[in-house]
Write a protein that binds this ligand. Structure first.
Ligand code: S3P
Length: 438
């Protein structure tokens, strides 16, 4: 399904979520598996790769830099690593579609290559802030020109990068990862300190590929000049995709759903913590390690949710899950307050405004604030809402249908293909009455 098609969802009210499901592979880890596999010495075999438009954009970009990549074939990808200095100048611009992770991480990596490159993206990606990566990269000696801090990024090759220490002003795994990737090529030790804990997939993957990395509290450092050794990677199911069904299972009547093989890396499990604080009945079964990442089967049952003040330290740990958490808040007794979440305004859409707009249309008292949202739990009515071309807004409103009093129509849902191919099929199988509006 191409993201340029016009696709609107129609969701009929009610339903229960039951049975077992496996959601697609983790998006963050899928991107990194291609990048690290390409730079390693040897052949990397990946299982569970997310065949969504975002991670496929990363895969295509590395093919364009003449890395031999077979697949994806049913989640399996085989990468012939070219080594740290083996990427070749692409014949044209690298189009990264909707994917902020691809653009920000690759900005770091490509700043250190011997060739020039240009990174472009779709309308949403071209409106997202890039100075958060280009400013510290410039301090390292990178030469990147932008359109007033936005894409396209024109990166000049053959710059000698020097290591820096960077105190990140915002908690962002993309910024951290970008600078660490540039640091692999820099003279000396590059270190990054983050103001709050963010996802650590880059650090874990560096270790898996035998690249020395040092983690000390909220600081991570790498020394430039080492190499990576290929390995086999098993990618767990994406907790950000599972989140839709964790909320759905809590809010729908008579639900009992098992989400299998989900990544429960502690830097990603804010959604479970927040739902449990709200009274969500969520249990972890069969906890184990899988490809260097902790995973579990997660069981969710119908729950009586109550509104809470969301602890600010959980915000970076649930950063992608807020659209659907706002649906949970809409179904909870009392008020839910989110603060310290300004970052949500610069995701694929302004996720605070997009959700507030749609929830109000559906009859919920939701007020966007300067850095978050205040939601009073209530009854969800029928209505037509906009996704603002944002995959997670589309899926969040689809889940709202489980507790709605009437039909919900969601406009412009083609972007669901960026992170969750097969969403309609899986959701329908579990018990949501969802289809593409004719
Ligand atoms: C990601 C980091 C997060 C997240 C994004 C994926 C990553 O972005 O929102 O979906 O893979 O590093 P920020 O680092 O900008 O918060």
């Amino acid at each position: 399904m191409s993201s340029s098609e016009l696709i609107n969802y129609i969701v009929k009210p009610g339903g229960s979520l039951r049975g077992e499901m496996i959601v697609p592979g983790d998006k963050s880890i899928s991107h990194r598996s291609i990048m690290f596999g390409a730079l390693a010495d040897g052949i990397t075999k990946v299982n569970g790769f997310l065949e969504g438009d975002d991670s496929l954009a990363t895969l295509k970009a590395f093919k364009d830099m003449r890395v031999d990549i077979q697949g994806p074939d049913n989640g399996s990808v085989v990468i012939q690593g070219v080594g740290m200095h083996g990427l070749k100048k692409p014949a044209s611009n690298l189009d990264l579609g909707n994917s902020g992770t691809s653009m920000r991480l690759m900005a770091g990596l490509l700043s250190a290559q011997s060739f020039d490159s240009t990174l472009t993206g779709d309308k949403s990606l071209s409106s997202r802030p890039m100075k958060r990566v280009t400013d510290p990269l410039a301090t390292m000696g990178a030469a990147i020109s932008t359109d007033d801090g936005k894409a396209p990024l024109c990166i000049k090759g053959n710059q000698k990068l020097k290591a820096i220490h960077y105190d990140m002003p915002i908690a962002s795994a993309q910024v951290k990862s970008c600078l660490l990737l540039a640091g692999l090529y820099s003279d000396g030790i590059t270190s990054v300190t983050e103001p709050g804990v963010t996802r650590d997939h880059t650090e874990r993957m560096l270790k898996a590929f035998a690249y020395p990395v040092n983690v000390d509290g909220n600081s991570v450092s790498v020394e430039g000049g080492h190499s990576m050794t290929a390995c086999n990677l098993d990618i767990p199911a994406d907790i950000s995709s599972a989140a839709f069904f964790l909320v759905g299972g809590c809010i729908a009547e008579n639900s009992n759903l098992l989400l299998k093989n989900v990544g429960i890396n502690p830097t990603r499990t804010g959604v479970i913590d927040i739902l449990r604080l709200m009274g969500g009945n969520i249990t972890l079964e069969n906890e184990r390690m899988f490809g260097g990442e902790p995973v579990a089967d997660i069981r969710v049952r119908s729950s009586q949710l109550k509104g809470i003040n969301i602890p600010t330290e959980l915000v970076p740990l649930a950063i992608d899950e807020f659209p659907v958490l706002f649906v949970a808040a809409s179904c909870a007794a009392g008020q839910t307050v989110l603060t310290d979440a300004k970052e949500l305004k610069v995701k694929e859409s302004d996720r605070i405004q997009a959700m507030a707009d749609g929830l109000v249309i559906l009859g919920i008292d939701a007020v966007a604030t300067d850095d978050g949202i205040i939601i009073q739990g209530g009854e969800i009515h029928s209505g037509t809402v906009e996704s603002y071309d944002d995959h997670r807004i589309s899926m969040a409103f689809a889940i709202a249908g489980l507790r709605a009093k009437g039909e919900i129509i969601i406009n412009n849902c083609a972007n669901v293909a960026t992170s969750f191919p097969g969403f309609i099929e899986l959701a329908s199988k579990a018990g949501l009455d969802i289809s593409i509006k004719a």
